[in-house]
Design a protein around this ligand. Sequence first.
Ligand code: ATP
Ligand code: MG
Length: 250
Amino acid sequence: MSLIELKDLSVNIGKKKILKHINLNIEEGTVTAFVGPSGSGKTTLLRTLNLLQFPSAGSLKVGKTNVIAGKIVPKTVHDFRQNSAMVFQQFNLFKNLTALENVANPLVYNHLANKKEANKSALNLLKKMGLEKVIFQYPATLSGGQQQRVSIARAVAMKPRVVLFDEPTSALDPELVESVLQTIAELARERITMILVTHEMEFARQIADEAVFIENGEILSKGSAKELLSGQTSPRIDSFINSLRRSAFS
Ligand SMILES: Nc1ncnc2c1ncn2[C@@H]1O[C@H](COP(=O)(O)OP(=O)(O)OP(=O)(O)O)[C@@H](O)[C@H]1O
Ligand SMILES: [Mg+2]
């Protein structure tokens, strides 16, 4: 049984059909890259997996929690948010908390640990991410790359079934991208289930098992990341990857 199952999932916002009849299974311990043009629905799909956005039709399941569109109750929303953790483009750290508190406090609020245990596990994770020296600093005093690694530590600390990344490096200066990509690659080696929306095609090809190409709210193609993202399988994907290459050099 797959960890995540989307069946005929559609999302409308107002009258607009944003996602149309999405069918997708994701296995535990795998990394999946969502790729596709701007406005295709990648963020909306991630938000739906976290129930920040409700589906209009179809069903979705993460772990043992299953929801059917139109039949969502607060308990299921709570269970979904425990099952999945989002890492946003803009980090979204709590400004008035130190790096350590940003990671530890949510564990206490969510009754996942007492203060001592929470501090211990936050410290371990931050050390692993090379942030030992900045644990008592506030977000405003950290670089973008450091802030993003704190927000990844915060997501992972909750021990979710899946971590959802929405373009985690696109708000970073180029020289800070590598440290964040290395952190994500390390989590992939630990077989943490991850879904990654990214324009970093080379990185996605290296670390993702599966890739899903989304266009106009539909899955145009899915399969092995190495094959799909090499651009050899479909002229449409090939032209998309080439357009990214051109914009990188412009
Ligand atoms: N809250 C909203 N209200 C109305 N339309 C929305 C809303 N959120 C998203 N959309 C529309 O849904 C479509 C998909 O948006 P989404 O943000 O999911 O795309 P995306 O693939 O993540 O794009 P990008 O690569 O630019 O981040 C777009 O046409 C967008 O305008
Ligand atoms: Mg987006």
